[in-house]
Ligand binder design. Structure first.
Ligand code: BES
Ligand code: ZN
Length: 983
C-alpha cells in the first residue's frame, strides 16, 4: 500500500498511471489558486473548488461565489451528516507541506489520497467531507476517480462538485454502487497551510535569529476535512496509511511509528525538489479527528516503558535546555497507572508528545501523537511555578486517559462529547495524583471543576450534559459543546458515580466497556450498561437504592440541566431537594425533562465530627430522623463534596457550623471548609440565606492557613470586587480583606524565613501566592514594597531574575500595577525575549495589570497583531485586560469596535470565543451596560461558538443589576462594621 504517488525517482505503479497529467494540473491549479487568493485580501483558503466547480441548481455561478441558499433544499448534500450508505475501510494519504512560501507569498500543501470504502446500501451518490481544498480536475472533467476493488466495474462519475456550507466533495454517479462491494476514490488536491490553528496549519517561531516553520494539525472536531477528503465523523473509523514529504533537514511525525525516510526527488508546481519521504506504520482502526501530521526540525528526548516508546518533541533549544525531561519522566508512570486503572494495556507501540509554538487548545489527544501548547508540556525548574508543573502533570494525564477512553473506544457522535471530555477531566486527577502523590491533587477537582461548573450550571441558560444527536449538526454546534458543562460537570458526576459505586466496581465496568467496544463506537448508555454489569457481579457490596439502576440514577444527572440544593432542617430531620437557580426569578431555558428537576442524590454526611452511613434522597422530600439534632450537635452534608449538589441548613445549624469554623476548624474536613464558604455565598446569591451570613464564613479566615478555603473565599469575593470595585463599597471591602489577610501574609513571611525559602507543601505554595496577591492588592505596604523591590532588582540586572517562579506572575502584576511606562516596557521586553512560553505567559498576564489607560490601549492593539501576540493568546490577553478595572471599559470598546475582524480572524477556535465574551462582560452590572450588550447582540447575527456566551452574559448582567440593588447597602455596612480601624 506504499505511498509513492508523487512523480519521483522511486516511481510507484499508480504514479505511472496518473503521472504527467496530474502534475501539470497541480501546477496550473496552484498558480490559479494562489492568484485567486492574492486577489482577495481576506481569503483564508480556496473557496468553491477553483475554476472547475459548479453546484447543480445554481448552474452558472462564478467559482468562489457563495451561493445564497434562499430556497430550502433537502438534497442529501444539504444535510450536515453523512448518509448511511458508505463506510470507509482504509485510506492511503500522501501530504506535502511547503515550509517556504511560494512565489505569491503563500504557504501551501499538496496531497494525494485514496480511500477504499464499502458500500453498505445501494446508492448513486458519494459524499465525502472536504473543506477549503482545491482539487485537480481529471481528463473527464471530474475532481475524483472511482474504481471498484473486486471483479465488478465501478459506475462512471456523472459530475463532481464542492458543497461549501456542508463541506462536502459531492460525487454523483451514472449508475449505482452495489451493497457489499468495495470501491476506491482517488483525488489530488492543494490546500493552504495557513496560520489559522485548524486542520493542516503552520506554526512559526524564531531560533538563533532564523525564522522556522512547522507544519502541524488540529483536526478535532471537524477539520480533518481541511487536510484531505475524508468521511469526517467519529463513527467512520478506518485504517490510515500516511506518507509525508518534507525537506531533508526536517523530521516527520504521525500517529504511527515512522519508517526510515527515503530521499527522493519530487516534482511539484515549483519544479523538481529533493525531499524526504517518510511513511508511517498503518494506524489502528480510528476516527479521522484523531489524526496528526507534523513536519518540523524539532529534537526529542525518549525512554521506553513496558515496550512503549515514549518521546517528547519540542524546539531544539527547548530540548537542549532540558525542558522535556519532566514530561518524559511522568508520562511512563501515568501510562502504567492508566493501564492498571483500565485493566487494558496501552494499545499502541509508541506515545509521542510534542510542544508547538502555536496551538489553539491546551492539548489534543491525537492517537499516538499528542500535541500541546508549549506551556502545557515544557518544564524548567528555574522558570516554572508549581502551578505550571501541576498543569503539565494533569494535562498529560488527561490526554493519556483519552488514549483508551475516546480513542480506543469512541462515542458515536459529538452529542456525547461530555462523556469523553468529562471522563478524561475526572481521570486526569487520578493519573496526576499517582505521578505526584504528595500534592493531594485529587482534592483540587472541587475548586477546578465542581465549583467552576456550579457557577454556570446554576444559570437558567445552562443545558443538560447530553444533547440529542439531531440537535448537533453544524461544526459550530459541535464546537460549542466543548464547554464547562461537558468538561467539569461531566467530571463531577463521574466522580460522584465512581464514589457511590466504589472505585473497584467503577473500574470493572470501565474495563469491560473498553474491551467490548475496542476500535468501535458507543453511546453513553453503553457505559451505564457495563457499570450495571459490574454492580451485578459485585454481589452485595454496592448498595444502589432499591429498584434503581445505574441508568435510572445517572439519567437524572445527565438528561436534565442544573443540580439540586439539598435543604436539611436539623430541627425536624426533614430534607428536601430543589433545582438550584442562581437567579430565583429566572426560568430555565430548556423545558423540564420527564424528571421535573428531581434527582436521585447520594448523601455522605457527618454528625458532630462522626461520619454517618451514606443516604439516598430519591424524592422531593424525606424525613431522616438521624438528621435531627439538638444542643450543640451539628450536621454537615456532602462530605468532601463528592456529590454534585449544594447544601443548605436551618439557621441554627448554620450558626453552629460558623462557630465550629472559628473555634475548631479542623473538625470540618478542609474540602468542606471550602465548600461551606462556596455554598453560603451562592445560597446568598440565590436568596436562600442572607448575604451577611455568607460574608460571615470569611471571618474565620483570619486564623485559616489552608489553601482550599482561602481560594474558595477569594473566588467568591472576586464577585464582590467585580460588582463593587467601581463604587463606594470598594474602600470598606479593601479594608476588611486587608485585615483578614494580614495574618496569612505574616504566616508566610515567617514560614519562608522572610521570603527566602519555598514552603514545602504544594497547597502551601499556592496559598503563599494568595497571601502576597491579596496583601498587595489590598494595599499592605510591606507587600507592595516587597514586590516593587524585587522587580526593581530584576530591572537593574535583567540577566538575574531574583523572583521565585511560584511568585513571578503575582509579583510582576503587583510591580507593573504600581509602576509606570518604565516597568511596563521592561516587562514587555522580557516578554518578547523569553525563551520559554511559561515565562512569557506570566509576563503576558502581568502586563495587563498596569493602571495606565494609554499602556492598556497600546496592549490591546498588540493583541490583534500576530507579530506581537500569537493568535492563540489573543483572546486570553484581552480578557486579562478586562479583568483590570481600568482596562475593562477599554477592552469592551475595543472588541465592539473590532468585532467583525476578531470574529473572522480568531473565530476558528473552540474555547476562546465564549471565554472572550464572558470575560469582557463579567463586570457588567448596570442598566446602561445591559443596553450595550443587547445592542451588541442585535448588531451581529453570528457569534459562532460564542452564541451561548452572549445569552449567558445578558442573563448574568440582569442578575448582577438586581443583586447590586438589593445588596449594596448591607454589604457596605457589613464590611465597615467588621473592620477594626487602626486607632
Ligand atoms: N480534545 C481536547 C482538545 C480540544 C478542545 C480539541 C477543544 C478541540 C476543541 C483535549 O483532550 C482537551 O480537553 N484539552 C484541554 C486540556 C484538559 C486538561 C482540560 C485543553 O485543551 O484545555
Ligand atoms: Zn480532553
Amino acid at each position: 500500500m506504499g505511498g509513492g504517488f508523487y512523480v519521483s525517482k522511486v516511481v510507484g505503479v499508480v504514479g505511472i498511471v496518473f503521472g504527467a497529467g496530474a502534475v501539470a494540473t497541480i501546477i496550473a491549479l496552484a498558480v490559479v489558486y494562489s492568484e485567486e487568493l492574492s486577489k482577495s485580501s481576506n481569503a483564508v483558503g480556496p473557496t468553491n473548488g477553483g475554476s472547475t466547480v459548479t453546484a447543480p441548481g445554481s448552474s452558472s455561478v462564478k467559482p468562489g461565489t457563495i451561493v445564497p441558499t434562499t430556497k430550502p433544499s433537502n438534497e442529501q448534500w444539504d444535510k450536515y451528516r453523512l448518509p448511511d450508505t458508505l463506510k470507509p475501510d482504509h485510506y492511503n494519504l500522501t501530504l506535502w507541506p511547503r515550509l517556504k512560501p511560494n512565489a505569491e507569498g503563500l504557504y501551501i500543501f499538496t496531497g494525494k489520497s485514496f480511500v477504499v470504502f464499502q458500500c453498505v446500501k445501494e446508492t448513486d451518490l458519494i459524499l465525502i467531507h472536504s473543506n477549503k481544498l482545491n482539487y485537480t480536475k481529471w481528463e473527464d472533467g471530474n475532481l475524483a476517480k472511482l474504481s471498484a476493488l473486486g471483479s465488478i466495474k465501478a459506475p462512471t462519475i456523472k459530475t463532481t462538485w464542492l458543497k461549501e456550507t456542508t463541506q462536502f466533495l459531492v460525487v454523483q454517479l451514472d449508475g449505482k454502487l452495489t451493497a457489499g462491494e468495495s470501491y476506491k476514490l482517488y483525488t489530488e488536491f492543494v490546500g493552504e497551510l495557513a496560520d489559522d490553528l485548524g486542520g493542516f496549519y503552520r506554526s512559526e517561531y524564531e531560533e538563533n535569529g532564523v525564522k522556522k516553520v512547522v507544519a502541524t494539525t488540529q483536526m478535532q472536531p471537524t477539520d480533518a476535512r481541511k487536510a484531505f477528503p475524508c468521511f469526517d465523523e467519529p463513527a467512520m473509523k478506518a485504517v490510515f496509511h500516511i506518507t509525508l514529504l518534507h525537506p531533508p533537514e526536517t523530521v516527520a511525525l504521525s500517529n504511527g511509528l515512522e519508517m526510515a525516510p527515503v530521499p527522493v526527488e519530487e516534482v511539484g508546481p515549483e519544479g523538481p525538489v529533493n525531499v524526504l519521504r517518510t511513511s508511517f506504520e498503518e494506524t489502528k482502526r480510528m476516527s479521522s479527528y484523531l489524526l496528526a501530521f507534523i513536519v518540523s526540525d524539532f529534537d526529542y528526548v525518549n525512554s521506553t516503558t513496558d515496550n512503549v516508546l515514549i518521546r517528547i518533541y519540542a524546539r531544539k533549544s527547548a530540548i537542549e535546555a532540558g525542558q522535556g525531561a519532566y514530561a518524559l519522566n511522568k508520562t511512563g508512570q501515568i501510562l502504567k497507572y492508566l493501564e492498571k486503572y483500565y485493566n487494558v494495556s496501552y494499545p499502541l507501540p509508541k506515545s509521542d508528545q510534542i510542544a508547538l509554538p502555536d496551538f489553539n487548545a491546551g492539548a489534543m489527544e491525537n492517537w499516538g501523537l499528542i500535541t500541546y501548547r508549549e506551556t502545557a508540556l515544557l518544564y524548567d525548574i528555574n522558570v516554572s511555578s508549581n502551578s505550571n508543573k501541576e498543569r503539565i502533570a494533569t494535562i498529560i494525564s488527561h490526554e493519556l486517559a483519552h488514549m483508551w477512553f475516546g480513542n480506543l473506544v469512541t462515542l458515536k457522535w459529538w452529542n456525547d462529547l461530555w462523556l469523553n471530555e468529562g471522563f478524561a477531566s475526572y481521570v486526569e486527577y487520578l493519573g496526576a495524583d499517582d505521578a505526584e502523590p504528595d500534592w493531594n491533587i485529587k482534592d483540587l477537582i472541587v475548586l477546578g471543576d465542581v465549583h467552576r461548573v456550579f457557577a454556570v450550571d446554576a444559570l437558567a441558560s445552562s443545558h443538560p450534559l447530553s444533547s440529542n444527536e439531531e440537535d448537533i449538526q453544524k461544526p459550530e454546534q459541535i464546537s460549542e459543546l466543548f464547554d464547562a458543562i461537558s468538561y467539569s460537570k461531566g467530571a463531577s458526576v463521574l466522580r460522584m458515580l465512581s464514589d457511590f459505586l466504589s472505585e473497584k466496581v467503577f473500574t470493572n465496568g470501565i474495563s469491560t466497556y473498553l474491551t467490548a467496544f475496542a476500535y468501535d463506537n458507543t453511546v453513553y448508555s453503553d457505559l451505564w450498561t457495563h457499570l450495571q454489569m459490574a454492580v451485578n457481579s459485585s454481589g452485595t457490596s454496592t448498595s444502589l437504592p432499591a429498584g434503581q439502576t445505574v441508568h435510572s440514577i445517572m439519567n437524572r444527572w445527565v438528561r436534565q440541566m442544573g443540580f439540586p440544593v439539598i435543604t436539611i432542617n436539623t430541627n425536624t430531620g426533614q430534607i428536601s431537594q430543589e433545582h438550584f437557580l442562581l437567579d430565583p426569578d429566572s426560568r430555565p431555558s430548556v423545558p423540564p425533562s420527564e424528571f421535573m428537576y428531581e434527582w436521585i442524590v447520594p448523601i455522605r454526611w457527618m454528625k458532630t465530627e462522626v461520619g454517618q452511613p451514606q443516604l439516598w434522597l430519591q424524592e422531593k422530600t424525606a424525613n431522616i430522623p438521624d438528621m435531627k439534632v439538638t444542643g450543640s450537635a451539628w450536621v454537615l452534608a456532602n462530605l468532601n463534596v463528592v456529590g454534585y449538589y449544594r447544601v443548605n441548613y436551618d439557621q441554627s445549624n448554620w450558626e453552629k457550623l460558623l462557630a465550629v469554623l472559628s473555634d475548631r476548624p479542623e473538625s470540618i474536613p478542609v474540602i468542606n471548609r471550602a465548600q461551606l464558604v462556596d455554598d453560603a455565598f451562592n445560597l446568598a446569591r440565590a436568596k436562600y440565606i442572607n448575604t451577611t451570613l455568607a460574608l460571615q464564613t470569611t471571618k474565620y479566615l483570619k486564623g485559616e492557613t489552608e489553601y482550599m478555603p482561602w481560594e474558595s473565599a477569594l473566588d467568591n469575593l472576586d464577585f464582590f470586587y467585580l460588582m463593587f470595585d467601581r463604587s463606594e463599597v470598594y474602600g470598606d471591602m479593601q479594608a476588611y480583606l486587608r485585615q483578614q489577610v494580614q495574618g496569612l501574609f505574616d504566616h508566610y513571611k515567617t514560614l519562608t524565613g522572610n521570603w527566602k525559602d519555598v514552603p514545602s507543601g504544594h497547597m502551601d505554595q499556592y496559598n503563599q501566592v494568595n497571601a502576597i496577591r491579596v496583601a498587595c492588592s489590598t494595599g499592605i505596604k510591606e507587600c507592595l514594597d516587597l514586590t516593587a523591590g524585587w522587580y526593581k532588582q530584576w530591572m537593574n540586572d535583567s540577566a538575574r531574575n531574583p523572583i521565585h517562579p511560584n511568585l513571578r506572575a503575582t509579583v510582576y502584576c503587583s510591580a507593573i500595577s504600581q509602576g509606570g511606562a518604565k516597568e511596563w516596557e521592561f516587562g514587555w521586553k522580557q516578554f518578547k525575549n523569553a525563551t520559554i512560553a511559561i515565562e512569557a505567559d506570566k509576563l503576558r498576564s502581568a502586563l495587563a495589570c498596569t493602571k495606565q489607560p494609554w499602556l492598556l490601549n497600546k496592549y490591546l492593539e498588540y493583541t490583534l497583531d500576530p507579530k506581537q501576540i500569537r493568535k492563540q493568546d489573543a483572546t486570553s490577553t484581552i480578557v486579562y485586560i478586562a479583568n483590570n478595572v481600568v482596562g475593562q471599559p477599554l477592552a469592551w470598546d475595543f472588541i465592539r469596535d473590532r468585532w467583525t475582524y476578531i470574529f473572522k480572524q480568531y473565530g476558528g477556535g473552540s474555547f476562546s470565543f465564549s471565554n472572550l465574551i464572558n470575560g469582557v462582560t463579567k463586570r457588567f452590572s448596570t442598566e446602561f451596560e445591559l443596553k450595550q450588550l443587547i445592542q451588541f447582540q442585535a448588531e451581529h447575527n453570528d457569534f459562532g461558538s460564542g452564541t451561548l456566551a452572549v445569552s449567558q452574559s445578558i442573563e448574568r448582567t440582569k442578575a448582577n443589576i438586581n443583586w447590586v440593588a438589593e445588596n449594596k447597602a448591607s454589604v457596605q455596612a457589613w464590611f465597615h462594621a467588621e473592620t477594626i480601624l487602626p486607632s
